[in-house]
Ligand binder design. Sequence first.
Ligand code: TXA
Ligand code: MG
Length: 341
Amino acid sequence: MDNKYDTELLTCSPEDIKRAAGMIRAGEVVGMPTETVYGLAANAFDEQAAAKIFAAKGRPSDNPLIVHISDFTMISEIAAELPQLAVTCAKRFWPGPLTMVLPKTPKIPSSVSGGLDTVGVRMPSHPGALALIAEAGVPLAAPSANLSGSPSPTTAEHVMSDMRGRIPAIIDGGECEAGVESTVICFEQDAIKILRPGRITAQMLMEITPDIRIDKGVLHRVDNSEPVASPGMKYKHYSPKAEVFLIDGTAEQFAEYVAKQDVKNGLCIVFDSSDMGGLKMPFISIGNTAVEQAHGLFSALRDADRRGAKVVFARCPKTDGVGLAVYNRLIRAAAFRVIEL
Ligand code: TXA
Ligand code: MG
C-alpha cells in the first residue's frame, strides 16, 4: 500500500487542477486543500473510489465521509430533504467551514455514509477545492487527509508525510487557514445540534436559531458500545506518538507542575511564550486567541512527533467560541487525561 504510487505534488494552477480532476474522474484519490484541513478527495458517487479513501487512511468503514460541493445546486443529488434551517445556514455560512448532516439520496453509496441513511455535506471556501470540485464535475467525498488516528494535516507536507505512496497526487494550496475541521451540525426540528465544534461557533449559529444544542460527545468520552450521533467521536483521534496530558491551571501553576515532572523528551504546548520564560522544558507556543490556537494546534502535535517527544504537557484552552473546537481536539489527543491544578 505504501508504495503503490509515486505521489506527485501539484499546485492550484488551472493545468494542475485539470490533471487532478482527471485522476478523480478515473476513480482515484487526490489530496485536496481546504480552508479547514487537507482532505483526501474522490468521486462521492463512486463506491470503489470511496473504498480507496478508506484504504489509504486505514479508516474504520462505519465512520462516514463528508461530501464537498462547489455549487449549491449540486446538493439536490446528495440530500433527499432540505429543511428550511439548512437553506438558511447554507446562505449564511457557505462557502465555509460548516458541514450539515442531511438525509441522503440513493446516489450516495452507503460506503460513503458509513452505512447511515444521512450524509454530511459542505461547500468549502478554499479556491483550490472549489476549482477541483467544479472541474471534476462531481461532488467529492473527503475525510481529513491524515492516517486514521493521527492529527489532521494543515499543510501539503503533512499530507505527503502520511500519504506518500498511498495516493497519486496532492494539491498544495498552502497552509490551511482554520486549522481545525469544519463544524458538523444536524437539525432537530427548530434546533441545531453541534456534533463536532469548529470555526463556525455556537454563538454564530445562534444568529440562525436560538435553540443550539451541543452533543454530549463534544466534551465527553463516548463509550464504544453506545450509539453515537457522529461516529467519528468514538475513535481515537488526533494523537501524536507522544503521550499527551492536558493541564488545567494558570500559566504559573503550569510552569510549577512541569518543573516537578521527571520526564525525558518532554515537550510543552503553551499559549503565550512570554509567560513561559521560567519553563524548564522545550515548548511550542500556539498563541493566545482561540483562533490562533485552532490554527496552530495540529501542526504543534505533529511537531511534537518530529522532535521525538515522548510526553506532551498542553495548557487547557477555554471552551467558549472557537475554543470549544480546540478543547474538543486536544482532549481527544490527550485521551481525556486532564490534570486539574
Ligand atoms: O473540515 C472538514 O470537515 C474536513 C475537510 C477535508 O473538509 N473533513 C473532515 O472529515 O474532517 P473527517 O472524515 O475527518 O470527519 C468527518 C466527521 C466525522 O467525525 C464523522 O463521524 C462526521 O463528520 N460525519 C460525517 N458524516 C456524518 C453523518 N452522516 N452523520 C453524523 N456524523 C457524520
Ligand atoms: Mg478526520
